[in-house]
Design a binder for this molecule. Structure first.
Ligand SMILES: *[C@@H]1O[C@H](CO)[C@@H](O)[C@H](O)[C@H]1NC(C)=O
Ligand SMILES: *[C@@H]1O[C@H](CO)[C@@H](O)[C@H](O)[C@H]1NC(C)=O
Ligand SMILES: *[C@@H]1O[C@H](CO)[C@@H](O)[C@H](O)[C@H]1NC(C)=O
Ligand SMILES: *[C@@H]1O[C@H](CO)[C@@H](O)[C@H](O)[C@H]1NC(C)=O
Length: 704
C-alpha cells in the first residue's frame, strides 16, 4: 500500500489524487462484490439445505418437535403428543410448522406431488367402547381451524364449508363414530376425505396379516397403539392407506387404495398434521411417532424410542382383575372342597371301627385300606369263594406281599362284639398244621373281615364234586380225613379251651399246595350267636351235617361236630354229597343208603366209583363204618374225635357191634323225617349254605 501511496504521491503531480481514489474504489467494489457473492452463495446453500430438511422429518416422540399446536393438543414432557383429552366437545390440532412445497404448478418434475408418511396413534377411551370422533391425518392449506367445528366435523370443517372444492383439503380419517349425515359405513372405519367429511372411499378397519395371508379386523378404540402408512405416488396417481397393530410389519396389501389426481386438490404450499375432536363422549387420543417424506419413502419409526402413554384405567381392567381374583378364589374354594370330599370319601371308604378295648389285639388287626388294596378293592376277579358266612377274596398284602384269603362277613351287631373279637384273637393263636391259619381281622361298620392263609388248591368239595379231572386217590383222601380228624381233636381236646367247629363239611376243608387237608372257618358260627336275629335260635351248620339233637335243642356240642364229621367221612369215601336230590330215592340220603348197604353186607358198593376199586378194602370199610357210627342218632353212642382218630390210625379195633341194635332204628327213623323235609327244600346240588333255622320252623322241628 505504501508503494502505491508513493506512486499516488508521484502521480499526484499529474492529478495523482484522483487516479489513486478511482483505483481504490474499484478495488473495494471488487472485494465487496466477492463478499456479497460468497454470502449469497452461503445463504443459497443454507436455504437449499433447509428446504431439503423441510421435505422430510422423523419424530420418534415429539420432544422439541417443530409443531404448531392448538385446541387441547399438547406435547408431554416425555414427548407424547396428545391431541385430545377427556374434555368433551373439544378439538386438538398438531401441524408441522413449516409448509411443505407440493409444487402443483409444475407437474414435470417427478415426485413433486408424491409423499409418504408413517405414524403411530392410540385412542384410549375413557369408558370402554366409547370414544371421541377419531383422528384425521390432514393436508391443509392453512393451520387456522378456528372456524371449524368439533365432534363429527373432526375440527376440520363447519356445516357451511363442508364439501367445498375451495377447501383444498385432504384428510385420512380414523373414524370411531357412525355419522349418518356423512354416510359413514360403521363406527370403526378408515376413510379418504377430499374437501369434506363424506368420504370418497372408506372401509371397516382390518389389516392384512402377511404371515397368515388373511385380513384381520382391528378395533380403533381398543386402547392399543396402531401404525398407519399413507403413500401417494404421483406417477401412478395412487393413494394407499394401510394400518396394522404396532408390532406388525407394514401389510403387503393396503386397506384403501384409490386412483386420485391430487394436483386438483393440493395447493403449492400445504401444511401436514393431525386433527382430532371429541363430542359428548371423549377419549385420550395420542400420536406416539410420526415420519414424513415429501417425494420419497418415509423413514421407519423406532418403536423402542417411542414415548409411553397412560393406559386405560377403566372398569374393564378393574373388572378383569376382579374377575381374575374371583375366579382364582372360586377355583381355590372348589379345589379345597374337592380335596375335602376326596379326603372324606377316602376316609369313609377305608373307615374302620376301632374301640379302646381292641388295643390288646393290635397285632392281629389289619387296616381296611391294606385289605382293600390287597384284594384290588374286593374285585369280583379276586373272588375265590362265597360261603355261608360271606364272600372270600384272594389278596396280596401290600407290605409283605403275602398271599392271603380275606373273608368278608357281614355283621351288624355291636352286641357281643367284644367277646367275638376276643374269640377271633384267641383263634388266631390256634396253631395246627391241619387248620387254616387265621392271621387277623378288621372291623368296619356292618362287617367283619377275617384274614387267613391262602390255600392255593381251594376247597375239597371242588375236587370231589365239581371237576372230575381233579382226581384225589384213596391215599390222599385218607390223609385228608386223618388231618381233619386231628385238627378236630386239637380243637376239642388239646387246646386250652374247647373250640367247636360247628360247620365241618367238605367245602370247609381246604387243600394246601401239597393237597393236605386243612380245616377252615372254625368258630365262625359263633358270629351268628352274637349277631343273630332275635327270633332265631342258634341252629348253625349245614343241612345234611346237622345232628338230629341239634335241630331239637339248638345246642352245639363236640358230638354235633362228630356227627358232621361222620357225614364228611361218607362224603369223601363215596364221592357224594350227604343229600343228593338228583339221585335215586333210596340213595338220596347218603347215610341211609350206606346203612342199607351195610345191612345187606355190601357196604363197599357205596364207595366212590371214580376210584375204580383202587383202594384198600379194609380201610374203605373202616371209613364207611366209622362214618355211620359218627352219624348215630344218639350222641352218646358217637365216638369222641380222639377215638375217631384212634380208629383211623388203626390203634383201636373198630367195634362193629355198636352199629347193630337199637341205634340203627333211631338213625334211620330220624333221617326219614328229614327226608320229607329235604324233599321240600328247593336246592340245587352243591349249593349248600349255613342254615340258621327258626325255632318256629315246624317242619325242621317235626322230628320231635
Ligand atoms: C384437557 O386439556 C386442556 C388443555 O390442556 C385442559 O384445560 C383440560 O383441563 C384438560 N381436560 C382434562 C379432562 O384433563
Ligand atoms: C366392547 O366391544 C367389543 C366388540 O364389539 C365387545 O366384544 C366387548 O364386549 C365390549 N366391551 C364392553 C365392556 O362393552
Ligand atoms: C365456516 O368456515 C369458513 C372458513 O373456514 C368461514 O368463512 C365460515 O364463516 C364458517 N361458517 C360458519 C357457519 O361458521
Ligand atoms: C392431473 O391433473 C392435471 C390437471 O388436470 C393434469 O395436468 C395432469 O396430467 C393429471 N395427472 C395425471 C397423472 O393424470
Amino acid at each position: 500500500m505504501s508503494s502505491q501511496l508513493k506512486l499516488t504521491n508521484k502521480t499526484s503531480k499529474t492529478n495523482p489524487t484522483i487516479f489513486a481514489r478511482k483505483k481504490l474504489f474499484a478495488i473495494l467494489l471488487q472485494m465487496t462484490a466477492t463478499l456479497y457473492f460468497l454470502i449469497l452463495l452461503y445463504l443459497y446453500l443454507k436455504l437449499m439445505a433447509l428446504a431439503e430438511d423441510e421435505n422430510q422429518f422423523t419424530y420418534n416422540g415429539f420432544h422439541g418437535a417443530n409443531l404448531h399446536l392448538d385446541g387441547v393438543a399438547q406435547v408431554h414432557p416425555n414427548g407424547l403428543l396428545q391431541l385430545t383429552n377427556t374434555s368433551k366437545h373439544q378439538a386438538g390440532h398438531a401441524f408441522y410448522q413449516t409448509p411443505i412445497k407440493f409444487n402443483t404448478s409444475s407437474s414435470s418434475g417427478y415426485g413433486s406431488l408424491s409423499f409418504s408418511t408413517n405414524f403411530i396413534f392410540v385412542m384410549v377411551p375413557e369408558i370402554t367402547n366409547f370414544s371421541g370422533h377419531g383422528i384425521a391425518f390432514t393436508i391443509s392449506p392453512s393451520m387456522d381451524f378456528t372456524q371449524a367445528v368439533v365432534s363429527q366435523y373432526l375440527g376440520l370443517f363447519n356445516s357451511s364449508n363442508n364439501g367445498l372444492t375451495s377447501n383444498h383439503l385432504l384428510a385420512i380419517e380414523f373414524d370411531t363414530i357412525k355419522n349418518l349425515e356423512f354416510s359413514d359405513i360403521n363406527d370403526n372405519h378408515v376413510g379418504i376425505d377430499v374437501n369434506g367429511l363424506n368420504s370418497t372411499v372408506s372401509a371397516p378397519v382390518t389389516y392384512y396379516s402377511n404371515s397368515k395371508g388373511i385380513n384381520k379386523s382391528l378395533d380403533l378404540i381398543s386402547g392399543n397403539p396402531m401404525q398407519v402408512w399413507i403413500d401417494y405416488d404421483e406417477v401412478a396417481n395412487l393413494l394407499n392407506v394401510a394400518i396394522a397393530p404396532i408390532k406388525n410389519q407394514k401389510p403387503n396389501r393396503p386397506l384403501l387404495s384409490i386412483h386420485i389426481n391430487l394436483s386438483l386438490i393440493l395447493l403449492d404450499y400445504m401444511y401436514v398434521g393431525f386433527s382430532s375432536a371429541t363430542g359428548s363422549v371423549a377419549s385420550n387420543n395420542y400420536i406416539l411417532g410420526w415420519s414424513f417424506h415429501k417425494s420419497g419413502q418415509a423413514q421407519s419409526l423406532e418403536l423402542a424410542k417411542l414415548p409411553s402413554f397412560p393406559k386405560q384405567r377403566n372398569r374393564k381392567e378393574k373388572s378383569n382383575l376382579e374377575i381374575t381374583v374371583s375366579l382364582v378364589t372360586v377355583s381355590i374354594v372348589l379345589i379345597i372342597t374337592i380335596l375335602g370330599i376326596v379326603y372324606f370319601v377316602r376316609r369313609k371308604k377305608y373307615e374302620e371301627i376301632h374301640e379302646v378295648w381292641e388295643k390288646e389285639y393290635g397285632p392281629q388287626r389289619f387296616s381296611y385300606k391294606d385289605l382293600y388294596r390287597a384284594t384290588k378293592g374286593f374285585k369280583d376277579t379276586e373272588l375265590i369263594g362265597a360261603g355261608g358266612f360271606g364272600k372270600v377274596y384272594r389278596g396280596v398284602l401290600p407290605s409283605s406281599k403275602q398271599l392271603v384269603a380275606v373273608k368278608k362277613v357281614s355283621h351288624d351287631s355291636k352286641q357281643g362284639m367284644k367277646e367275638f373279637v376276643a374269640e377271633i384273637a384267641s383263634m388266631g393263636r390256634l396253631r395246627h398244621m391241619n387248620l387254616v391259619q387265621l392271621l387277623g381281622y378288621c372291623r368296619r361298620r356292618g362287617e367283619m373281615l377275617l384274614v387267613y392263609d391262602y390255600m392255593p388248591n381251594g376247597s375239597l368239595d371242588k375236587f370231589l364234586f365239581s371237576n372230575k379231572k381233579r382226581y384225589l386217590n384213596w391215599a390222599q383222601r385218607c390223609r385228608i380225613l386223618k388231618g381233619v380228624a386231628s385238627a378236630l381233636v386239637y380243637l376239642h381236646e388239646e387246646w386250652e379251651q374247647v373250640v367247636l367247629h360247628r360247620d365241618v363239611k367238605a367245602s370247609n376243608v381246604l387243600l394246601d399246595d401239597q393237597l393236605y387237608g386243612r380245616l377252615g372257618d372254625f368258630g365262625l358260627a359263633r358270629l351268628y350267636d352274637h349277631g343273630a336275629k332275635p327270633q332265631t335260635t342258634h341252629v348253625v351248620g349245614t343241612v345234611g351235617y346237622l345232628a338230629p339233637e341239634l335241630t331239637k335243642t339248638g345246642k352245639a356240642t363236640t358230638s354235633t361236630d362228630v356227627f358232621a364229621f361222620g357225614a364228611f367221612l361218607l362224603e369223601v369215601a363215596c364221592g357224594r354229597r350227604p343229600i343228593d336230590l338228583q339221585g335215586l330215592p333210596e340213595e338220596m340220603i347218603l347215610v341211609d343208603w350206606v346203612f342199607e348197604k351195610w345191612k345187606q353186607g355190601v357196604i363197599l358198593e357205596t364207595c366212590d366209583p371214580i376210584l375204580e376199586g383202587d383202594y384198600l378194602a379194609n380201610e374203605m370199610e373202616l371209613v364207611l363204618k366209622l362214618g355211620l357210627l359218627c352219624s348215630h342218632s344218639n350222641p352218646a353212642t358217637r365216638p369222641s374225635m380222639k377215638q375217631v382218630m384212634q380208629y383211623l390210625d388203626g390203634d383201636t379195633f373198630f367195634p362193629e357191634t355198636i352199629l347193630e341194635g337199637a341205634g340203627i332204628d333211631m338213625l334211620v327213623k330220624d333221617n326219614k323225617t328229614s327226608t320229607e323235609f329235604f324233599k321240600s327244600v328247593p336246592s340245587s346240588s352243591g349249593n349248600y349254605s349255613v342254615y340258621s333255622a327258626s325255632s318256629s320252623d315246624s317242619i325242621l322241628c317235626g322230628g320231635r
